[in-house]
Design a binder for this molecule. Sequence first.
Ligand SMILES: Nc1ncnc2c1ncn2[C@@H]1O[C@H](COP(=O)(O)OP(=O)(O)OP(=O)(O)O)[C@@H](O)[C@H]1O
Length: 272
Amino acid sequence: MTDPSDGTSTSELVLSLRGISKNFGAVSALTDIDLDVHAGEVVALVGDNGAGKSTLVKVLAGVHQPSSGTIAFRGKEVTLPDPSAALKLGIATVFQDLALCENLDVVANIFLGKELNPLRLDEVSMEIKAWTLLNELSARIPSVREPVASLSGGQRQTVAIARSLLLDPKLILLDEPTAALGVAQTAEVLDLIERVRDRGLGVVMISHNMEDVRAVADRIVVLRLGRNNGIFYPDASNQDLVSAITGASNNSVSRRAGRRQAQREQGQETQP
Ligand SMILES: Nc1ncnc2c1ncn2[C@@H]1O[C@H](COP(=O)(O)OP(=O)(O)OP(=O)(O)O)[C@@H](O)[C@H]1O
């Protein structure tokens, strides 16, 4: 839900970071980061290479410990000492490598390590639960008994996202979910992200693709050199976004866009 007066969400604040910094020795990967994510909101995390996006996601996934700052989850200040603590709290992460087992089928991948009864694998119940979950997400998977090796990139991303939903998280972190996908597969994954949002989850999505970001994000948070460098809404101009990402309004990306615009205008003028 969005407050029309200032565009901010009025839903529950799932995550609230204040002043998060992370140093690796002498390298400051993150400095004083603030970030809010509401229930039912997709926040895109964008920034150039080395801006600190992956480091921030790893802090939230419990992989890295922040050097300073506070993390509040559903209104309570928390620490995330390891990935299992983050998962237990309700923060699920889908990393770029997806960590799927190629030779296992979709059901086995969804339940990997979370088998309903590890002592006596209850294949039927797990298959039904996997189907139900994929159907709720309107996912297009031909068969849950298909090995993951035979699935497309978009379908693999779908399986990885479905797996992350198994423990009923409140926040899901997606690291470049559409990287290396074709047009149709990208559209399917973006639809899936919308359905995850519709389930009331907060979604943080890292992306380098501004088209995907505009298509699905409710807010766009820009990081630059490890710092916050602006919050935008999907209707922001490309130039404003690029300036925030690169730190300059006169950069090669906007100069190129300007040249193309001028060429188009010139073409229109010369038309009879
Ligand atoms: N384990 C580490 N040890 C030392 N420095 C690190 C480590 N991880 C990240 N960094 C540094 O922190 C900074 C931020 O890196 P990070 O990978 O978070 O950026 P990013 O925005 O995700 O970049 P990309 O889009 O290229 O993935 C970089 O200067 C990087 O070299």
